[in-house]
Design a protein around this ligand. Structure first.
Ligand code: WQD
Length: 336
């Protein structure tokens, strides 16, 4: 299939483009490079030996995006493009609503106009907010607690309304848990613009000496060791989940929502220990107060994706840390 990947130069987008090329799909990337660089796109082509096309484009620029649809006959779209930092979304909510929602509206409008009605949408477990219980199923109530999470839920609902109005749309909504790790080549990986907000890239930077120590945000949570528990999923498992979702759209059209997680939780202290083992580097840390908005425990029930997508996460915490360390140690300053 000929796939348009919005945000395809980003962390999850670039790994998904690699999996798409390896699965024999043709890939065209649209990215404004606001939170990514061009480098991963050439490295993906080196790794796979296959070409991809890309356009530096902002989805809110309708005329520019229309020219891309004019020049290609896409079979489907995988939509990653969007701002994604929870804390930043609280500080600048309008930027998040405008960029994420207007960009999606322009994209969906052009997809309909050009008869491209197959879409995989990059959503997030953050739409659940504080879950009533774990593991989290897709049918659980959704109640995002920050503007970023609300943009993801609003875009999900726009897609549900689109499908209700025109059942010719085929829509897979994928709710990611905590993506970590990197392609085993160490040539592509997570390259945050500033000081990382997320745990794993911060730990990676401590290991490589870019950060002096990690602050553990709270050790008084009701968990086995007092630190936050999350469902960390290898970014390659996540990427492969998108290929499976595309296949499902072809085999069994309609609209469906899936949790992409491992179904297993790991604590902050467990991730520190796993990374020290993988890297052979000490990760000094200090216990700090809880981070505003954090929840104690969050992990997926991935049974629906296993049943309907024929997909399950295969890689464990140790492989996530080994692959993350290989990327970070080979690229201490990311793609620059
Ligand atoms: C994980 C754990 C922290 C940093 C976020 C977004 C979510 C999704 C994934 C996009 C928590 C602790 C973290 C640090 C720490 N992104 N921590 N010190 O908050 O579960 O989810 O990223 O879709 O939307 O909310 O991930 O990596 O920030 O935190 O102790 O320096 O690590 O308290 O328990 P989170 P995270």
């Amino acid at each position: 299939m000929n796939i348009l990947v919005t945000g395809g130069a980003g962390y999850i987008g670039s790994h998904t483009c690699l999996s798409l090329l390896e699965a024999g799909h043709d890939v065209c990337v649209a990215d404004n490079f606001s939170n990514s660089k061009e480098a991963p796109l050439s490295r993906i082509q080196e790794i796979t030996g296959r070409r991809l096309q890309f356009y530096r484009i902002d989805l809110t620029q309708k005329a520019s995006l229309s020219r891309v649809f004019e020049s290609h006959r896409f079979d489907a779209v995988i939509h990653f493009a969007g701002l994604k930092a929870v804390g930043e979304s609280v500080r600048v909510p309008l930027a998040y609503y405008y960029n994420n929602i207007v960009g999606s509206l322009v994209l969906f409008e052009l997809m309909g106009a050009y008869g491209v009605k197959n879409i995989v949408f990059s959503s997030s477990a953050t739409v659940y907010g504080e879950p009533e219980k774990v593991p989290i199923q897709e049918s659980f109530p959704v109640c995002p607690t920050n503007p970023y999470g609300r943009t993801k839920l609003y875009i999900e609902n726009i897609l549900r309304d689109l499908y209700a109005a025109d059942p010719q749309w085929n829509i897979a909504i994928l709710r990611y848990f905590n993506p970590v790790g990197a392609h085993p080549s160490g040539r592509i990986g997570e390259d945050p613009n500033d000081i990382p907000n997320n745990l794993m890239p911060f730990i990676s930077q401590v290991a490589v000496g870019k950060q002096p120590a990690l602050f553990v945000y709270g050790n008084d949570y009701p968990t086995h060791d007092g630190t936050g528990v999350r469902d960390y999923i290898h970014v390659m498992d996540l990427a492969e989940g998108h290929v499976h979702a595309l296949n499902r759209l072809r085999a069994d059209p309609g609209l469906a929502t899936y949790n992409l997680g491992t179904g297993r939780g790991a604590s902050v202290l467990e991730m520190i220990a796993a990374f020290e083992k993988a890297s052979g580097k000490p990760i000094p840390y200090k216990i700090a107060s809880r981070r505003e908005g954090d929840i104690a425990v969050c992990y997926a029930d991935p049974a629906l994706a296993e049943k309907e997508l024929g997909w399950t996460a295969k890689r464990g915490i140790n492989e996530m840390c080994e692959d993350a360390w290989r990327w970070q140690s080979k690229n201490p300053d990311g793609y620059t």
